[in-house]
Design a protein around this ligand. Structure first.
Ligand code: FDA
Length: 389
C-alpha cells in the first residue's frame, strides 16, 4: 500500500502532524488507543500548553533549535484551536492551561482535525522494520498477526521518548534514527522524583510546602512533596532535569520570608519557647520535627545569639541534600536528550541527510520544563513537519 506520509506514533506530536499533512497520510501506533499520555496528563485534565512558553523553557544541546517551530506555531495558535473546538479551559498557575473537563477533549479534538484532513489511523500495529530503497521508505508492520509492507515518500518519527515503558514507550525513534545515520544524544529520565537510600523522609510522606529549589543558575519557586520514596512535587521534578548523579540539590524552605528576621522577632516575643517549637510555627510540624532532631536543635530561642540564628537561617534557606538517584523512566514525565538536532532542519524537522525523514516531539533532543511546555513542543514541531510535508 502506497502512502504519501506515514507517521509512526499517534501521540501528541504525531496526531498534530497528521492534522497538517497534505496527501494520503497514515498514522501507526502499537497502542490500543491514540494519545494515551495526553489522556493521563495533568491529572486527567491535560496541561496542554503554557501562556508564557518560550525557548528559555526548553533544554537541548542546541538551545536555539526550538525557536523556529515555537515561533511559527505558538501557544496562542493552540489555544485558538482549543477554543474553536469549544473546549473550556482555565489557568491553574504560572500560565499553565488545563481543560476544565477532561484531557480526552484534546484527544477528541485532534481526532476530529485528523478526520478533516482524511488522515487514517491504524492502532495495535507493531513496526517490524523500516527501510529505504532509494525512491521511498518501506515500513513493515504487523497488525493482529497480519504482516503488511507499506510504502511512503515521507516518514515521520513521532514515537516519543522512553518514559513510562508500561504505557508503551519505546526507543523506536532512536533506533530508526541511528539506522539512517542520525546520532542520539545521551538520554535520561527527567521531570522525575528523587530517591534517597533508606529514605530518611519516610515519616514525612505526604507533607508538602512551597520551596525555592535551585539547580545551577536555574531556580524554581514551586511546591515540594515528601513521598515514601523521597522527594517529589513540581519543584523537585523541575530541578531533576538539571541534576546529575552525585550532585547536591539546594532547597530554600522559606522562600517567602527572611528567616533570620523572623527568628530574631520571635526571640524578642517568645524568648522562652524552645527552638523546635518556633520552627514548627514556621514549617509543617513533621518537617520541623525532622530538622530539629537532624540538626540537634536545643534550648530556648531567647538564649540564641545572632550568630546561631543566622546559622539556622542559612540552613533553612540552603537545605542541601544529595539524592541517591531518581525513580527513573518508570515514572519520569519526559526523556531528556534524544535525536541530535544537528541532523534536523529547525524549520521543517526534516533530516538534513535523509530527505523525507522527519522527527518530531519528545524523540528530538528538546525537553520542556514542567508546566505544559512539552505538549507545546509536540504541537509546534508536529505542526512544522506537517506544514513542510
Ligand atoms: P507520545 O509519548 O505522546 O506519543 C508517542 C506514541 O508513539 C505513543 O502513542 C506510543 O504508543 C507510540 N509508540 C511508542 N513506541 C512505539 C513503537 N515501538 N511502535 C509503535 N508505536 C509506538 N506534558 C505537558 O506538556 N503537560 C502535561 O500535563 C504533561 N503531563 C504528563 C504526565 C505524565 C504522567 C507523563 C508521562 C507525561 C506528561 N507530559 C506532559 C509529557 C508529555 O506527555 C509528552 O512530552 C508528550 O506526550 C510527547 O509527545 P510525543 O507525541 O512526542 O510522544
Amino acid at each position: 500500500m502506497q502512502y504519501d506520509t506515514i507517521i509512526l506514533g499517534a501521540g501528541a506530536a504525531g496526531m498534530m502532524c497528521a492534522t497538517q499533512c497534505g496527501g494520503k497520510t497514515l498514522v501507526l501506533d502499537h497502542a490500543k488507543a491514540p494519545g494515551e499520555k495526553i489522556r493521563i496528563s495533568g491529572g486527567g485534565r491535560c496541561n496542554f500548553t503554557n501562556m508564557y512558553a518560550g525557548p528559555e523553557n526548553f533544554l537541548s544541546q542546541n538551545p536555539h533549535f526550538c525557536k523556529s517551530a515555537l515561533s511559527r506555531y505558538t501557544q496562542w495558535d493552540f489555544i485558538d484551536l482549543v477554543a474553536r473546538n469549544g473546549i473550556a479551559y482555565h489557568e491553574k498557575t504560572l500560565g499553565q492551561l488545563f481543560c476544565d473537563d477532561s484531557a480526552r477533549d484534546i484527544i477528541g479534538m485532534l481526532r476530529t482535525e485528523m478526520d478533516r484532513t482524511g488522515a487514517e489511523l491504524r492502532l495495535n500495529t507493531q513496526i517490524v522494520s523500516v527501510s529505504h530503497d532509494g525512491t521511498g521508505f518501506g515500513v513493515e508492520t504487523e497488525t493482529h498477526g497480519q504482516r503488511a509492507t507499506l510504502r511512503c515518500q515521507n516518514l515521520v518519527l513521532a514515537t516519543g521518548g522512553k518514559s513510562i515503558p508500561k504505557m508503551g514507550a519505546t526507543g523506536l525513534a532512536y533506533d530508526i534514527a541511528r539506522q539512517f545515520g542520525l546520532s542520539v544524544t545521551e538520554t535520561r529520565p527527567a521531570l522525575v522524583p528523587f530517591t534517597f537510600s533508606d529514605n530518611p523522609f519516610k515519616a514525612l510522606s505526604g507533607t508538602a510546602l512551597p520551596v525555592r529549589a535551585e539547580a545551577g543558575s536555574t531556580r524554581f519557586d514551586e511546591a515540594m512533596l515528601f513521598t515514601h520514596r523521597g522527594l517529589s512535587g513540581p519543584a523537585m521534578l523541575q530541578i531533576s532535569s538539571f541534576w546529575r548523579e552525585g550532585d547536591d540539590i539546594t532547597i530554600n524552605l522559606l522562600p517567602e520570608h527572611d528567616p533570620f528576621e523572623t527568628l530574631r522577632a520571635r526571640r524578642q516575643s517568645d524568648g522562652r519557647r524552645n527552638l523546635s517549637t518556633i520552627l514548627a510555627q514556621m514549617l509543617p510540624a513533621k518537617l520541623a520535627d525532622h530538622l530539629s532532631s537532624d540538626w540537634r536543635l536545643s534550648g530556648n530561642i531567647g538564649d540564641q545569639s545572632d550568630a546561631s540564628l543566622r546559622a539556622l537561617s542559612e540552613r533553612l534557606t540552603h537545605w542541601t541534600l544529595r539524592p541517591t538517584g531518581t525513580e527513573g523512566y518508570r515514572t519520569a514525565e519526559v526523556t531528556l536528550g534524544g535525536i541530535d538536532t544537528d541532523h534536523l532542519s529547525s524549520r521543517t524537522m526534516e533530516a538534513k541527510t535523509v530527505p523525507g525523514l522527519y522527527v518530531i516531539g519528545e524523540a528530538v533532543d528538546v525537553t520542556g520544563w514542567l508546566g505544559g511546555f512539552n505538549f507545546q513542543w509536540a504541537w509546534s514541531s508536529g505542526w512544522a513537519a506537517g506544514q513542510a510535508i
